[in-house]
Ligand binder design. Structure first.
Ligand code: ADP
Length: 470
């Protein structure tokens, strides 16, 4: 189980990030170490070569001042003082015949290389070689040079000390690199986990939400990084889903509530007919049932209309509609209703204002507004309808001196099924303004309300104007 968990780690992003980090870090450290090591090795070799080179110059001047005897004496002296296993000197002819030599007991099998000798003979410059072999414990650096006419010298120096230093450096680098690698894996793992913590929080929240905790939100750290942006986007998506679900729940509650009353009434009427002994009340009861059924049908049709208008905003019929005529006709249509209620209905509609749209829907929107204005205005009040051309927009206003809309209701009356507190006594479904809003926005327009409770309201619809023939 435990091993399975460890094995499964390799599929995680954090593990792969940590591995990448450790890999890149280790490789770059290794390259840096290697360059450092090579430059140290090269500096050491240069130092050895310079030392050997200056030895040759010393022997050359010794030969010219003291002759071969002085050279011989100096060879023995120098070999002894440095250690016969550390250096050797050999004076040679250009053909490689040994004229003088230090103790070569520690240098078995080391002879003169003819290629190096002929290089010195031809170019006159010094020649360097590195000796290594099975018979030697350590490598040796050897220089060949001329110290007099047809007198060459071969000087060898053991590289044991340098090799020891380089060995220490290699071991130190090896251990440091191993430690760095472990540290890099740990740091990489820690950093990757830290960076991915936000993603894990989003995942955790999503898991909780999938179990039903829709009110949960991912904590935002206000660092403004990618994870924060992910969390903010995720949260706003959740807000929207939450609002949609709440809206839908409210709507189904409303539908259930609004359908219950007419159905209860229909049921009551039917029951009355059943238990009543007289049959004379039947036609009246049937009329009541019809009326309630009509109400239900109207409500259902309006709901379908709203949905269709909202969904088909892009597919709406686009005919040229003479808005002036539509509004004028609506006013004439509602005149008798206003007269019946003792309400003065006035209109101010200039001719020739055209819009592109669906005639029937625009008619319905204006009718809904006029119907509301008359419905929510007490007798002796007045309703005024006006249309004006305002910078390529048609502005239709329906003002009344009615009961008004409270500030709290102003933001909600355009919602489906919402009915203001003061409107309960009036017939209605709470769908008229929702449909009006859906129609206005499907035509690229908008609808707003301003109102003073108790004094009246003004509903304003703006629609994009096609042209004005005035
Ligand atoms: P309904 O009129 O069927 O209730 P609407 O969607 O047409 O539904 O209107 C929603 C609510 O807005 C109404 O219940 C009412 O409270 C308020 N309202 C609409 N028009 C007016 C108006 N002209 N004056 C006062 N209140 C209004």
């Amino acid at each position: 189980m435990f091993f399975e968990k460890i094995l499964n780690l390799r599929y995680t992003l954090a593990f792969r990030l940590a591995l990448w980090y450790a890999g890149v870090f280790t490789i770059s450290s290794f390259i840096a170490f290697l360059l450092f090591y090579l430059s140290i090795a090269s500096v050491m070799q240069k130092r050895t070569d310079t030392g050997l080179s200056s030895e040759i110059y010393e022997f050359a001047s010794l030969l010219s001042t003291g002759g071969m005897d002085a050279v011989r004496k100096n060879i023995d002296l120098e070999a002894q003082s440095n250690g016969v296993d550390k250096v050797f000197f050999r004076v040679l002819t250009p053909k490689g015949t040994v004229l003088a030599s230090s103790n070569m007991a520690s240098w078995p099998g080391v002879g003169a290389e003819t290629a190096a000798l002929s290089h010195v003979a031809i170019s006159g410059a010094q020649a360097f070689t590195t000796l290594s072999g099975a018979s030697m414990d350590h490598k040796a650096r050897v220089v060949y040079g001329s110290i007099g006419p047809d007198i060459f010298i071969q000087i060898g120096q053991s590289l044991a000390d340098d090799e020891e230093i380089l060995e220490i450096i290699r071991t130190t680098f090896g251990i440091t690199l191993a430690l760095l690698m472990v540290a890099a894996i740990l740091i990489g793992w820690f950093m990757a986990r830290r960076a991915l913590q936000g993603v894990e929080e989003v995942t955790r929240t999503a898991t909780e939400i999938s179990k039903g905790a829709l009110e949960m939100r991912v904590p935002v750290k206000a660092r403004g990084d990618e994870i924060d942006r992910l969390a903010t986007t995720f949260n706003s998506m959740l807000d929207r889903i939450h609002a949609l679900i709440t809206g839908m729940r409210e709507m189904t509650d409303n539908i259930a509530h609004d359908l219950r009353s007419p159905i209860t009434r229909i049921r009551g009427i039917a029951e009355m007919v059943l238990i009543s002994e007289e049959t004379s009340g039947e036609p009246a009861a049937a009329a009541d049932i019809l009326e309630e059924c009509d109400r239900l049908l109207e409500m259902i049709n309006t709901m379908l209309d709203i949905t269709e208008t909202e969904a088909g905003a892009g597919r709406i019929i686009r005919d040229v509609v003479d808005l002036s005529t539509v509004v004028q006709d609506a006013c004439e249509l509602f005149q008798p209703l206003a007269d019946d209620k003792g309400i003065a209905l006035a209109s101010d509609v200039p001719a020739g204002l055209l819009v592109l749209g669906d005639l029937q829907r625009i008619q319905r929107m204006i009718a809904n507004l006029l119907d509301n204005a008359i419905k929510y205005t007490p007798p002796r009040g007045s309703v005024a309808v006006a249309v004006r051309d305002d910078a390529k927009k048609a502005v239709i206003t329906v003002s009344d001196t009615g009961i008004g809309v409270s500030e709290k209701d102003q933001t909600r009356i355009f919602e489906r099924f919402y009915r203001g507190d003061g409107s309960r006594s009036q017939r209605g479904t709470g769908l008229g303004l929702s449909l009006a809003r859906a129609i206005a926005s499907s035509h690229g327009g908008a609808i707003t309300v301003t109102s003073t409770p108790g004094a009246g309201s003004t509903f304003t619809v703006t629609l994009p104007l096609l042209s004005s023939s005035r």
